[in-house]
Design a protein around this ligand. Structure first.
Ligand code: FEO
Length: 169
């Protein structure tokens, strides 16, 4: 059985992962309006990854005999209006998620749940990748500035991104 405090932290994080999917879906709308299909694809993949992150924790909690408690997902708020501002928010959001995953690992450590810590190692590594990926994209966007031709080249590159279902744990 899983410790109640850890169970609560997992349920909270499942909600945050689903919120992440919801936020990226909301951001995708902006790029649909601009007809930047590569960016649309990038957000599609992002949404699928976030859902996979949530399901990974959902399945884990179930496997450990925990009680799954699905909660209301907040309305997503896209703060920026430019492409750069939107990606700044993506990075800010991923940094927030990293802090929550670290909190989850702190709770697992506190209740001495080694199995959960093993699973969370995967999520910690995934967050390093997420932040690096978005950080790199942000640097490219800053470099591009107002160059629309370069933006269209980047859009083509982003069209090639594919979702690879992660093997979590
Ligand atoms: Fe599930 Fe983007 O972190």
């Amino acid at each position: 059985m899983i410790d109640k405090k850890l169970e609560e932290a997992f349920n909270d994080q499942i909600n945050k992962e689903l919120y992440s999917a919801y936020l990226y879906l909301a951001m995708k709308v902006h790029f649909q309006e601009l007809n930047l299909q590569g960016f649309v694809n990038w957000f599609d993949v992002q949404v699928q990854e976030e859902k996979a992150h949530a399901i990974g924790m959902f399945n884990y909690l179930d496997e450990r005999g925990g009680k799954i408690d699905l909660r209301a997902i907040d309305k997503p708020e896209v703060k920026g209006s430019t492409i750069l501002e939107i990606f700044e928010q993506v990075l800010e959001h991923e940094e927030y998620v990293t802090s929550r995953i670290n909190h989850l690992a702190d709770v697992a450590e506190e209740v001495k749940d080694r199995a959960a810590l093993h699973l969370l190692d995967w999520y910690i590594k995934e967050q390093v990748e997420e932040e690096a990926n978005v950080g790199g994209l942000l640097s490219t966007l800053r470099f591009i500035g107002d160059d629309k031709k370069a933006l269209l080249v980047l859009d083509k590159d982003l069209a090639a991104r594919v979702f690879n279902p992660p093997v979590i744990g």
